[in-house]
Design a binder for this molecule. Sequence first.
Ligand SMILES: NC(=O)C1=CN([C@@H]2O[C@H](COP(=O)(O)OP(=O)(O)OC[C@H]3O[C@@H](n4cnc5c(N)ncnc54)[C@H](O)[C@@H]3O)[C@@H](O)[C@H]2O)C=CC1
Length: 376
Amino acid sequence: MLKESFTRLETRSDKAIGYFYGRLFTADPRLRALFPIALDAQRDRFFHALTRIVWSQDNPEELAAYLARLGRAHRRYGVTAEHYTAIEHALIATLRVYARDVWSPGVEETWVEAYRSAAATMIEAAERDADGAPPWWAAEVVEHDRRADDLAVLTLSPERPLPFAPGQYVTVQTSRWPRVWRPYSIANAPRSDGRLRLHVRARPGGWVSGALVRGTGPGDTVLLGPAAGTMTLDPDSGRDLLLVAGGTGLAPVKALAEQAVAAGRRRDVRLLVGARTERDLYDLADLRLLEAAYPWVRVLPVLSDDPDFGGLRGTPADVLSGLDGLDGLDGWDGGWDDRDAYVAGPVPMVRGTVAALQRLGMPLERIHHDLLRAEE
Ligand SMILES: NC(=O)C1=CN([C@@H]2O[C@H](COP(=O)(O)OP(=O)(O)OC[C@H]3O[C@@H](n4cnc5c(N)ncnc54)[C@H](O)[C@@H]3O)[C@@H](O)[C@H]2O)C=CC1
C-alpha cells in the first residue's frame, strides 16, 4: 500500500513536495525558521529520505539503522518531538491529494502507522544521543591555507573536545548559510590539541564549500556536527594497507595513514593519490614528510589528465586494473586477498576502484568506503 500510493507522489514529486512545505509552513509559520533560506537541496533530501523509508519497509534492520542515523542528524537542526507531528499532518495531507486515486481510510491508517513508527525510531535515537554528545560544537578557524584558487586546508579548534575516529567525517555549517550543513572528512588522526583539519574544494554552486574556501579566515567560527562514518581501521587487523584517494578524498585516507603509523606496528602502507594534474596534488609535500618519517609508507601519485607525467597515469582504477603482468604496485604483486583497502573520492572513482580491487581478488569485506553514506 505504501509503495503504491507513494508512486503516485513520485511521478509529480516537485509539485507534491512544494505542496507539502506549503501545508507545513501555513499550519505553523515558525517552522520555516528550521529550514535553510533556499529549500531546493532540502526538498531533494526530504524526498530521498521518504523514498528510502518507503522502499526499506521490507528490510526492518536496515531501515532502523538508517532512521537512527537520520534522527541523530536532526538534532543539529533543533528538531524536537513536536515537530514530527506537524510533519505527519502535512505529509498525510499531501498524500491525500497526490495519491487520491488509491487513497482510502485503510491506506491512511497504514501511512500514519508507518510514519509514527519511523518518527519514534528517529526520536528515540536522538534522545539517546542527547544523553551524551552535544548536537554541535563551535570551532574556531585557526589556520586557513589556500592551496589553490578553489581549494583550502582549514585547521579548526573546537571549543570542547570532539571525539572522532580517523576516517570519519563531521558536518559543517558556516555563518554565511544558516541551517545548511555539509559533510567533510577529517584529515588527521586525533591530536593532543584537539584540532581538526579539513580539505575543502569549492564546488561550482557549492554554498558551504564556497564559503569555506573563499569567505572564511582565521578567527572565524564554524559549527561542527558530531563525527560519523564507518570507514575506520579494523582494530584487529595487522594486514598491509592499500589507501586510495581521489582529489579531496585524500582527507580521510590521510587520517587513516596517520593512525596506522602512530599505532607503532609496522604495516606496509601504499597510498595511491589520484588527481587530475600535478597542480591538484595539493598535499604532496605533507605526504612526502610522512613517507620520509616512516619508510614502510609509500606515496604514489596517479594523474589522470596529464599525459606528460613521468609517474603513474590514469585513474587509480586504471592503475590497479593494469597491474596484471606489470611489476606490481611498487613491490606489491599478488597477495591481494590479505590486505585491507580504503577508498575515498568522487563516487564514480570509488566505484571503479572497488571493482578493480575485486578483480584483483580482494574480498569485498576488506574493501572499505563511504559510498552508501555519500548517497544519503
Ligand atoms: N569519504 C569519502 O569518500 C570522501 C569523498 N570525497 C569526495 O571526493 C570528491 C573529490 O573531488 P575533487 O577533489 O574535485 O576530485 P577530482 O574531480 O579532482 O578527481 C580526483 C580523482 O578522481 C578521478 N575521477 C574524477 N572523476 C572521475 C570519474 N567520473 N570516474 C573515475 N575517476 C574519476 C580523477 O581522475 C582523479 O584521479 C568529491 O566528490 C567529494 O565529495 C571527499 C572527501 C571524502
